[in-house]
Design a protein around this ligand. Structure first.
Ligand code: NAP
Length: 470
């Protein structure tokens, strides 16, 4: 029986790793998710059927938890619109962290129960030194990720917009972190439930406090960081429970999430410390962004289509608005039409365009855009000065030149796509809406920029119609 269980866990772990490997390419990603899902079902089934892992009396609770959690996830996963995917990821990520934190709580409270008030006996005596340390660290990371991810979800969903909850938020956060570390050390040898309760309560508050100031354009770094933390917490609690599948799944998620965090942080030009304890999303010089000079000029679809038809090179920059408008299929149709007119077309993708890592790549892949037409920021930026037209569709923050030029801009320091350097810039958006960061965009006021107002899908549809008539 034990060998069967271990073999099943091993198989589940192999499926996680192979699944993740396949997720590294959009071509095989769908299959990868399926494989990892099968691994997760297998691990859940084995845990469910292995009586050594729980009392028989827990079956009812387990069935209720699986029915509620599984039912909600199934229903939500099928109905969630693509633009709401980041919120869902934040929510599910938080649940993973919460589950790891809950496992740690069960272990820590259970250990304290067993100390039975005998002097000199504490958590580490009951659990052993290594397990106690791992359980406490996992408790900290998982619980922080839980409350932090919930705040990230509320922010992404537009339900929570505050950037501080107390005066001098960042200093309060640092003090709170110090108190939590102190309590974590105390926990190691404690026999008091109060210390455990206080520890968990303060870590929950810390998660809320460190995520609240995250604003501007920095949320992607925070989300991928919580993703990494959740994986790590699950791996650590797997060690506590001696569960190989949890250790491997957690480590895989933790390391993949860490790499993603590094990539996101690099893309945003932020350090992870700055993400959590720095002056997040606030103007680096402490002031308001400079007044923007110039005025916005409007262009009509017909003129825009003529301009593009006679261009030698068009670079399309998609952003969140393209996802909202679900315009990706039309955008690719437009690109194909332009290519038939001997216009060279490329797509320039910013690493944090949209609302989740790889958001634009997924949408363009779904529309059938070949990968060799899609270029990363570093690859495409040298091409902008020689492009006849940069067609910006629903992108805003990722093309804001102030991020390079204006030290007082809240976006200053974030690398951006150099659409501003193209000979002509056409910006498709519905009106005067700002981007995720809420910062005004100097690109829209530039001499070489013209605004093409309307819903992304409708406008691109019009462009296609006019191009066909030419
Ligand atoms: P953005 O800065 O959020 O701007 C999107 C623009 O699209 C808005 O200015 C909006 O203007 C326009 N828009 C909205 N609906 C539209 C529609 N139906 N048709 C046409 N235009 C529409 O987008 P972005 O340039 O892609 O930048 C992404 C931002 O999100 C960054 O600040 C990034 O840090 C942040 N973020 C990214 C992630 C990630 O992982 N990628 C996660 C969280 C946050 P109108 O309202 O005037 O139309």
């Amino acid at each position: 029986m034990v060998i069967m269980i271990q073999a099943s866990y091993f198989l589940a772990a192999v499926l996680f790793i192979l699944g993740l490997k396949q997720m590294s390419s959009p071509v095989t990603a769908r299959r990868g998710i399926l494989w990892a899902g099968v691994g997760m079902v297998l691990a859940t089934l084995v845990t469910f059927l292995d009586p050594s892992l729980h009392g028989v009396s827990n079956y009812v609770l387990m069935v209720i938890a699986i029915a509620v959690g599984g039912g909600y996830a199934w229903q939500k996963g099928k109905s969630v619109p693509m633009v709401d995917m980041p919120q869902m990821i934040a929510l599910f990520n938080g649940m993973g962290g919460g589950a790891a934190g809950a496992i740690a709580a069960v272990e820590l409270f259970g250990a304290i129960d067993q100390t039975q008030g005998i002097p000199g006996i504490g958590v580490s005596t009951i659990l052993s030194t290594d397990v106690a340390i791992v359980a406490i660290v996992g408790a900290f990371i998982g619980t922080l990720s839980f409350s932090g991810s919930l705040v990230a979800w509320a922010k992404l969903d537009g339900r929570f917009k505050r950037t501080s909850l107390v005066p001098q938020q960042h200093w309060v956060n640092l003090i709170l972190l110090a108190v939590v570390v102190y309590l974590g050390v105390r926990l190691f040898d404690t026999d008091s439930t109060l210390v455990v309760l206080l520890f968990f309560a303060l870590v929950l508050v810390l998660g809320v406090f460190v995520t609240t100031p995250v604003g501007g354009a920095d949320m992607p770094v925070a989300i991928s960081l919580f993703n990494a933390l959740t994986g790590l917490a699950v791996g650590l609690e797997g060690y506590v429970l001696d569960n190989a599948a949890m250790i491997i799944a957690g480590t895989v998620v933790g390391s993949a999430g860490t790499l993603l965090t590094q990539l996101m942080a690099k893309a945003m030009n932020r350090s992870v410390w700055n993400v959590l304890f720095g002056g997040f999303g606030q103007a680096s010089a402490g002031g308001e962004a400079s007044e923007i000079e110039g005025s916005m000029k409007e262009i009509q679809s017909q003129d825009a289509s003529i301009m593009m038809a006679y261009a030698s090179q068009v670079i399309i920059v998609p952003g969140y608005g393209m996802a909202v408008a679900q315009a990706q299929h039309k955008v690719w149709e437009l690109a194909e039409l332009l290519e038939e007119n001997n216009v060279s077309v490329k797509f320039g993708i910013h690493p944090v365009a949209g609302r989740m890592p790889g958001h634009m790549n997924v949408l363009l892949a779904e529309a059938g855009v070949p990968y060799d037409k899609i270029f990363d920021m570093d690859e495409i930026n040298p091409d902008f000065p020689s492009a006849t037209v940069a067609l910006v569709i629903g992108a805003n923050d990722v093309v804001n030149p102030d991020a390079r030029n204006d030290k007082s801009s809240p976006l200053y320091g974030m690398p951006v796509l150099d659409a501003a350097k193209a000979e002509n810039v056409i910006v498709v958006k519905r009106g005067a809406g700002t981007g995720f960061s809420g910062v005004e965009n100097a690109l829209f006021y530039q001499e070489n920029t013209q605004m093409l107002y309307g819903d992304g899908q409708k406008v691109v549809g019009d462009l296609i119609q006019y191009l066909k008539k030419l």
